[in-house]
Design a protein around this ligand. Sequence first.
Ligand code: SF4
Ligand code: SF4
Ligand code: FES
Length: 264
Amino acid sequence: MAEIRLIIDGREVAVPAGATILDAARKAGSYVPALCDHPDLKPIGSCKLCIVSVEGLDHYPTSCNTLAEEGMVVQTRTEELQEMRRNALEMLLALTNHPTSCLFCDRKDECTELRECMKKFPVTVGCKFCPSDGRCELQAAVEFVGLERVRYQHIFRNMPVLREPFFDRNYNLCIMCSRCIRVCEEVRGEGVLSSNPDFHRMHWIGPPSLMDSTCSFVEHAWTSAPPEPSAHGQKNGSGRTASSPPSAPTAASDAGWILESKTA
Ligand code: SF4
Ligand code: SF4
Ligand code: FES
């Protein structure tokens, strides 16, 4: 297959024809937050966090769905890009009402014992009670862009966690990446999961009961979320165990499937 050579953050990299700029950035070792992308799915370019700067272009293309071209000179982390990503991520968190207490807490690395916030709020408001803590793409993106707060009012939605024998679904943590729906449809060909007509207001993924659906209970749909699969359940009470050890949220580890099982 023909190869394309381009420069990413000053490093020359070769990728096969048809690769995206995001593929090239990953190959060059440049982390680019990409919350709606997954290597097994068609890119939809919705989260906008993967924007990059390309010499000669007067706009910032989303790298997940822009093909790499011979001779391109790409920057992935200019201050301008980071500022735009901060705004996009802030809006995403506000619009989805994703809990942020631990994301911005100065003492998040010291609170294992105390968990002061957890004593004041329901456990689901914080990363410290989330099974994805420490291996979460959303945490990594927040850290990478340097987002320190959300200026818009947002509320904890307090949706009931949907508990079933194989999966717990916690839509308080859903950031509407639609990876689960797309995996169910594109990879498994099942089409069981669907965003309901009220998705953008309510953003929960149907059907209400998987047991009553035609779901064949494959892991894929549930291991494709940016907050890794188990983020849809709760550590505190879900009984989930991970069969692979937590890994740093790098582009490479994000790309893999992680098998989890619910034990109770
Ligand atoms: S998914 Fe879990 S670990 Fe990730 S930001 Fe949300 S609460 Fe924190
Ligand atoms: S449930 Fe998870 S995978 Fe599905 S849209 Fe929400 S965050 Fe994405
Ligand atoms: S990963 Fe490119 S827009 Fe979300």
